[in-house]
Design a protein around this ligand. Structure first.
Ligand code: ZN
Length: 342
Protein backbone atom coordinates (compact mmCIF):
# COMPACT_ATOMS: atom_id res chain seq x y z
CA UNK A 1 0.00 0.00 0.00
CA UNK A 2 1.43 3.34 -0.99
CA UNK A 3 1.65 6.19 1.47
CA UNK A 4 -0.93 8.68 0.35
CA UNK A 5 -0.58 12.30 1.24
CA UNK A 6 -2.28 15.49 0.43
CA UNK A 7 -0.32 18.68 0.21
CA UNK A 8 -2.12 21.79 1.33
CA UNK A 9 -0.34 24.96 0.32
CA UNK A 10 -0.84 28.13 2.23
CA UNK A 11 0.99 31.36 1.83
CA UNK A 12 3.50 30.68 4.56
CA UNK A 13 3.84 26.96 5.00
CA UNK A 14 2.61 23.69 3.66
CA UNK A 15 1.41 20.83 5.79
CA UNK A 16 1.71 17.30 4.52
CA UNK A 17 -1.30 15.42 5.84
CA UNK A 18 -0.78 11.68 5.67
CA UNK A 19 -3.46 9.04 5.49
CA UNK A 20 -4.73 7.78 8.80
CA UNK A 21 -3.90 4.08 8.48
CA UNK A 22 -0.50 3.03 9.73
CA UNK A 23 1.97 2.24 7.02
CA UNK A 24 5.56 1.18 7.20
CA UNK A 25 7.68 -0.18 4.40
CA UNK A 26 4.52 -0.42 2.34
CA UNK A 27 2.80 -2.74 4.85
CA UNK A 28 0.01 -2.05 7.26
CA UNK A 29 1.11 -2.09 10.92
CA UNK A 30 -0.52 -1.60 14.30
CA UNK A 31 2.47 0.27 15.68
CA UNK A 32 1.17 3.74 16.67
CA UNK A 33 4.78 5.08 16.76
CA UNK A 34 4.92 4.83 12.97
CA UNK A 35 1.57 6.54 12.39
CA UNK A 36 2.72 9.86 10.94
CA UNK A 37 -0.30 12.13 10.49
CA UNK A 38 1.43 15.35 9.44
CA UNK A 39 4.78 17.05 8.92
CA UNK A 40 4.75 20.83 9.19
CA UNK A 41 7.63 23.21 8.43
CA UNK A 42 7.86 25.72 11.27
CA UNK A 43 8.51 29.40 10.74
CA UNK A 44 12.22 30.11 10.44
CA UNK A 45 13.33 33.11 12.47
CA UNK A 46 16.94 34.09 13.18
CA UNK A 47 18.09 33.53 16.75
CA UNK A 48 18.76 37.26 17.07
CA UNK A 49 15.22 38.21 15.97
CA UNK A 50 13.67 35.55 18.17
CA UNK A 51 15.78 36.72 21.08
CA UNK A 52 14.61 40.34 20.78
CA UNK A 53 10.98 39.23 20.31
CA UNK A 54 11.08 37.08 23.46
CA UNK A 55 12.69 39.86 25.48
CA UNK A 56 9.86 42.20 24.52
CA UNK A 57 7.19 39.53 25.11
CA UNK A 58 8.46 38.54 28.55
CA UNK A 59 8.99 42.13 29.70
CA UNK A 60 5.24 42.63 29.96
CA UNK A 61 5.01 39.72 32.46
CA UNK A 62 8.30 39.94 34.40
CA UNK A 63 10.09 43.01 35.78
CA UNK A 64 13.59 41.62 35.10
CA UNK A 65 14.21 39.97 31.71
CA UNK A 66 17.40 39.25 29.79
CA UNK A 67 17.40 37.27 26.54
CA UNK A 68 20.53 36.62 24.47
CA UNK A 69 22.10 34.24 21.95
CA UNK A 70 24.76 32.07 23.61
CA UNK A 71 26.67 28.81 23.14
CA UNK A 72 24.61 26.03 24.67
CA UNK A 73 25.99 25.12 28.09
CA UNK A 74 27.12 21.51 28.56
CA UNK A 75 23.80 19.85 29.38
CA UNK A 76 25.47 16.73 30.74
CA UNK A 77 26.61 18.76 33.79
CA UNK A 78 24.58 19.68 36.89
CA UNK A 79 22.02 21.12 37.25
CA UNK A 80 20.88 19.93 33.80
CA UNK A 81 21.93 16.29 34.20
CA UNK A 82 20.95 15.31 30.65
CA UNK A 83 22.38 12.61 28.39
CA UNK A 84 23.53 14.83 25.51
CA UNK A 85 25.77 17.85 25.51
CA UNK A 86 23.75 20.39 23.51
CA UNK A 87 20.52 21.19 21.66
CA UNK A 88 22.16 21.53 18.24
CA UNK A 89 21.50 19.78 14.92
CA UNK A 90 18.24 19.22 12.98
CA UNK A 91 15.86 20.36 15.76
CA UNK A 92 12.31 19.08 15.42
CA UNK A 93 9.25 18.89 17.64
CA UNK A 94 7.26 15.69 17.77
CA UNK A 95 3.75 15.64 19.24
CA UNK A 96 2.67 12.06 19.99
CA UNK A 97 -0.81 10.92 21.09
CA UNK A 98 -2.43 13.27 23.60
CA UNK A 99 -4.92 13.50 26.48
CA UNK A 100 -7.43 11.95 24.05
CA UNK A 101 -5.65 8.65 24.84
CA UNK A 102 -7.25 8.82 28.31
CA UNK A 103 -10.67 10.28 27.44
CA UNK A 104 -13.26 9.24 26.37
CA UNK A 105 -11.58 5.83 26.05
CA UNK A 106 -8.38 4.78 27.79
CA UNK A 107 -5.77 3.47 25.36
CA UNK A 108 -2.40 2.57 26.86
CA UNK A 109 -0.93 0.92 23.74
CA UNK A 110 2.79 1.65 24.20
CA UNK A 111 4.89 3.90 22.00
CA UNK A 112 8.55 3.20 21.22
CA UNK A 113 10.97 6.11 21.26
CA UNK A 114 13.36 4.62 18.67
CA UNK A 115 10.43 4.12 16.28
CA UNK A 116 9.24 7.67 16.98
CA UNK A 117 12.71 9.02 16.08
CA UNK A 118 12.67 7.02 12.82
CA UNK A 119 9.18 8.29 11.99
CA UNK A 120 10.44 11.83 12.63
CA UNK A 121 13.30 11.18 10.18
CA UNK A 122 16.03 11.44 12.82
CA UNK A 123 16.87 7.84 13.83
CA UNK A 124 20.01 8.93 15.69
CA UNK A 125 19.04 11.71 18.09
CA UNK A 126 18.80 13.25 21.50
CA UNK A 127 15.20 13.12 22.74
CA UNK A 128 14.00 15.30 25.60
CA UNK A 129 10.56 16.44 26.68
CA UNK A 130 7.50 15.64 28.75
CA UNK A 131 5.55 12.40 28.46
CA UNK A 132 4.01 9.54 30.41
CA UNK A 133 6.10 6.54 31.44
CA UNK A 134 5.36 3.08 30.11
CA UNK A 135 2.49 1.64 32.16
CA UNK A 136 3.20 -1.80 30.66
CA UNK A 137 6.87 -1.81 31.72
CA UNK A 138 6.57 -0.03 35.07
CA UNK A 139 3.18 -1.36 36.12
CA UNK A 140 1.99 2.07 37.22
CA UNK A 141 1.30 5.53 35.84
CA UNK A 142 4.02 8.21 35.92
CA UNK A 143 4.95 11.66 34.71
CA UNK A 144 7.97 11.23 32.45
CA UNK A 145 10.85 13.51 31.48
CA UNK A 146 12.42 11.93 28.40
CA UNK A 147 16.21 12.11 28.51
CA UNK A 148 17.62 9.75 25.92
CA UNK A 149 20.12 9.45 23.13
CA UNK A 150 18.72 7.06 20.53
CA UNK A 151 21.17 5.25 18.24
CA UNK A 152 21.10 2.01 16.23
CA UNK A 153 22.75 -1.30 17.25
CA UNK A 154 22.04 -1.09 20.98
CA UNK A 155 24.01 2.14 21.27
CA UNK A 156 21.11 4.11 22.81
CA UNK A 157 21.63 5.74 26.20
CA UNK A 158 18.88 6.51 28.71
CA UNK A 159 18.59 8.72 31.78
CA UNK A 160 14.88 9.58 31.77
CA UNK A 161 13.19 10.77 34.95
CA UNK A 162 9.84 9.50 36.26
CA UNK A 163 7.66 11.08 38.92
CA UNK A 164 4.92 9.07 40.57
CA UNK A 165 2.61 9.13 43.56
CA UNK A 166 3.44 6.88 46.53
CA UNK A 167 2.50 6.30 50.14
CA UNK A 168 4.42 8.63 52.51
CA UNK A 169 6.80 6.89 54.92
CA UNK A 170 8.82 8.23 57.85
CA UNK A 171 12.03 8.03 55.77
CA UNK A 172 10.37 9.52 52.72
CA UNK A 173 7.43 11.65 53.91
CA UNK A 174 6.48 13.13 50.52
CA UNK A 175 3.48 11.47 48.79
CA UNK A 176 5.47 11.27 45.55
CA UNK A 177 8.97 10.36 44.35
CA UNK A 178 11.36 11.05 41.49
CA UNK A 179 13.20 8.12 39.93
CA UNK A 180 15.51 7.64 36.98
CA UNK A 181 15.35 5.03 34.22
CA UNK A 182 18.81 4.28 32.85
CA UNK A 183 17.91 1.22 30.79
CA UNK A 184 15.69 0.50 27.80
CA UNK A 185 12.57 0.71 30.00
CA UNK A 186 12.78 4.39 29.07
CA UNK A 187 12.47 3.54 25.37
CA UNK A 188 8.78 2.80 25.84
CA UNK A 189 6.10 5.29 26.94
CA UNK A 190 2.32 5.56 27.21
CA UNK A 191 -0.45 8.03 26.30
CA UNK A 192 1.42 11.06 25.00
CA UNK A 193 4.68 12.94 24.61
CA UNK A 194 5.85 16.38 23.49
CA UNK A 195 9.38 15.83 22.26
CA UNK A 196 12.32 17.89 21.11
CA UNK A 197 14.61 15.78 18.91
CA UNK A 198 18.03 17.08 17.91
CA UNK A 199 21.45 15.65 17.11
CA UNK A 200 22.47 16.65 20.65
CA UNK A 201 25.39 18.74 19.44
CA UNK A 202 26.85 21.95 20.85
CA UNK A 203 25.65 25.12 19.10
CA UNK A 204 23.99 28.48 19.57
CA UNK A 205 20.79 28.66 21.62
CA UNK A 206 18.61 31.35 23.15
CA UNK A 207 19.27 32.00 26.82
CA UNK A 208 16.36 33.52 28.72
CA UNK A 209 16.44 34.88 32.24
CA UNK A 210 13.24 36.15 33.83
CA UNK A 211 12.68 37.19 37.44
CA UNK A 212 9.91 38.79 39.47
CA UNK A 213 6.68 37.97 37.68
CA UNK A 214 4.38 40.98 37.42
CA UNK A 215 1.71 39.55 35.07
CA UNK A 216 -0.74 36.64 35.31
CA UNK A 217 0.75 34.21 32.79
CA UNK A 218 3.21 31.45 33.53
CA UNK A 219 6.69 31.64 31.95
CA UNK A 220 5.97 29.36 28.98
CA UNK A 221 2.43 30.58 28.27
CA UNK A 222 3.66 34.16 28.13
CA UNK A 223 6.23 33.24 25.45
CA UNK A 224 3.74 31.11 23.49
CA UNK A 225 0.96 33.73 23.49
CA UNK A 226 3.41 36.50 22.63
CA UNK A 227 4.79 34.59 19.64
CA UNK A 228 1.22 33.73 18.54
CA UNK A 229 0.31 37.42 18.64
CA UNK A 230 3.40 38.38 16.67
CA UNK A 231 3.45 35.63 14.05
CA UNK A 232 -0.26 34.74 13.84
CA UNK A 233 -1.00 31.48 12.02
CA UNK A 234 2.66 30.88 11.09
CA UNK A 235 3.64 28.29 13.72
CA UNK A 236 6.82 28.87 15.73
CA UNK A 237 8.02 25.95 17.86
CA UNK A 238 10.67 25.94 20.58
CA UNK A 239 12.09 23.22 22.76
CA UNK A 240 14.70 23.17 25.49
CA UNK A 241 15.47 23.21 29.18
CA UNK A 242 14.20 25.48 31.94
CA UNK A 243 15.94 25.86 35.29
CA UNK A 244 13.63 27.20 37.97
CA UNK A 245 16.33 28.65 40.19
CA UNK A 246 14.16 29.95 43.04
CA UNK A 247 10.55 30.16 44.18
CA UNK A 248 7.73 27.66 44.54
CA UNK A 249 5.85 26.05 41.69
CA UNK A 250 2.51 24.30 41.27
CA UNK A 251 2.91 20.94 39.53
CA UNK A 252 0.66 17.95 39.03
CA UNK A 253 1.26 14.22 38.97
CA UNK A 254 -1.05 11.69 37.31
CA UNK A 255 -2.42 9.04 39.69
CA UNK A 256 -3.22 5.52 38.50
CA UNK A 257 -5.63 5.45 35.58
CA UNK A 258 -9.16 4.53 36.72
CA UNK A 259 -10.58 1.07 36.03
CA UNK A 260 -13.70 2.67 34.54
CA UNK A 261 -13.67 5.44 31.95
CA UNK A 262 -13.65 9.09 33.07
CA UNK A 263 -17.21 10.47 33.01
CA UNK A 264 -16.14 13.84 31.62
CA UNK A 265 -13.08 15.98 30.88
CA UNK A 266 -13.77 17.79 34.16
CA UNK A 267 -13.66 14.44 35.94
CA UNK A 268 -10.24 13.86 34.37
CA UNK A 269 -8.87 17.25 35.46
CA UNK A 270 -10.09 16.60 39.03
CA UNK A 271 -8.26 13.25 38.98
CA UNK A 272 -4.83 14.93 38.74
CA UNK A 273 -2.92 15.33 42.02
CA UNK A 274 -1.70 18.91 42.55
CA UNK A 275 1.24 19.98 44.70
CA UNK A 276 3.27 23.11 45.44
CA UNK A 277 6.95 22.18 45.17
CA UNK A 278 10.30 23.85 45.72
CA UNK A 279 13.00 25.13 43.40
CA UNK A 280 15.56 24.31 42.19
CA UNK A 281 13.84 22.32 39.45
CA UNK A 282 15.15 21.28 36.03
CA UNK A 283 12.48 21.04 33.34
CA UNK A 284 12.19 19.87 29.73
CA UNK A 285 9.82 22.09 27.79
CA UNK A 286 8.25 22.19 24.33
CA UNK A 287 5.81 24.80 23.00
CA UNK A 288 4.23 25.84 19.69
CA UNK A 289 2.64 29.20 18.96
CA UNK A 290 -0.17 28.01 16.68
CA UNK A 291 -2.03 24.76 16.03
CA UNK A 292 -2.71 24.38 12.29
CA UNK A 293 -5.59 21.99 13.09
CA UNK A 294 -3.63 18.96 14.33
CA UNK A 295 -4.95 18.55 17.91
CA UNK A 296 -1.58 19.67 19.29
CA UNK A 297 -0.54 20.04 22.91
CA UNK A 298 0.55 23.68 22.54
CA UNK A 299 2.77 23.77 25.61
CA UNK A 300 4.10 21.06 27.84
CA UNK A 301 6.76 21.18 30.54
CA UNK A 302 7.85 18.48 33.01
CA UNK A 303 10.30 19.01 35.87
CA UNK A 304 12.59 16.89 38.03
CA UNK A 305 15.06 17.53 40.85
CA UNK A 306 17.50 15.74 43.13
CA UNK A 307 15.41 16.65 46.19
CA UNK A 308 12.40 14.50 45.33
CA UNK A 309 10.20 17.18 43.71
CA UNK A 310 8.96 17.05 40.12
CA UNK A 311 5.94 16.72 37.85
CA UNK A 312 3.95 18.59 35.21
CA UNK A 313 4.61 22.34 35.44
CA UNK A 314 1.54 24.55 35.75
CA UNK A 315 2.78 27.89 37.12
CA UNK A 316 4.84 29.44 39.86
CA UNK A 317 3.07 30.61 43.03
CA UNK A 318 5.79 33.00 44.23
CA UNK A 319 5.85 35.83 41.67
CA UNK A 320 8.20 37.99 43.76
CA UNK A 321 10.92 35.41 44.19
CA UNK A 322 10.63 33.22 41.11
CA UNK A 323 13.72 33.06 38.89
CA UNK A 324 13.65 31.26 35.54
CA UNK A 325 16.74 30.53 33.45
CA UNK A 326 16.09 28.73 30.18
CA UNK A 327 17.89 27.51 27.07
CA UNK A 328 15.74 27.02 23.97
CA UNK A 329 16.22 26.23 20.30
CA UNK A 330 13.65 26.92 17.58
CA UNK A 331 12.61 23.74 15.74
CA UNK A 332 12.61 23.42 11.96
CA UNK A 333 9.71 20.96 11.70
CA UNK A 334 6.76 19.64 13.64
CA UNK A 335 5.82 15.96 13.28
CA UNK A 336 2.37 14.88 14.44
CA UNK A 337 2.30 11.18 15.29
CA UNK A 338 -0.83 9.19 16.23
CA UNK A 339 -3.05 12.24 16.29
CA UNK A 340 -5.97 12.04 18.69
CA UNK A 341 -8.60 14.67 19.45
CA UNK A 342 -9.63 15.68 22.96
ZN1 ZN B 1 2.35 16.62 31.37
Amino acid sequence: MKLVFLQIHTFFYNIRYFNTSNTRMGRKTNNPSTKLDAKVPLLKISLEDLSSSLEEILSSNFSSVNVSVVDCPDLTLAPFNLISRGLGGSPRIVDVGGPGKAFPNIDTTPYNLADICKTAELPKCMAIGPGAGSIRQLGYNTELVHNAYIAPNDQSKFGSYIISLKEPTSESPKPYAVGQLTDSTAEEFSLLSSLLLTEGKPGKVIKIEAKNRTGPENFVTQMRLGLAKKYGTQPVGLGGVILIRSGKVKLHIMPELPKERFKSKEDMYKWLAHFVMDAPLTCASVFISHDPGLDLRLEHTHCFSDHGDGGHYQHDVTPNTVHYEAYFTPAEYLYRIDRVSF
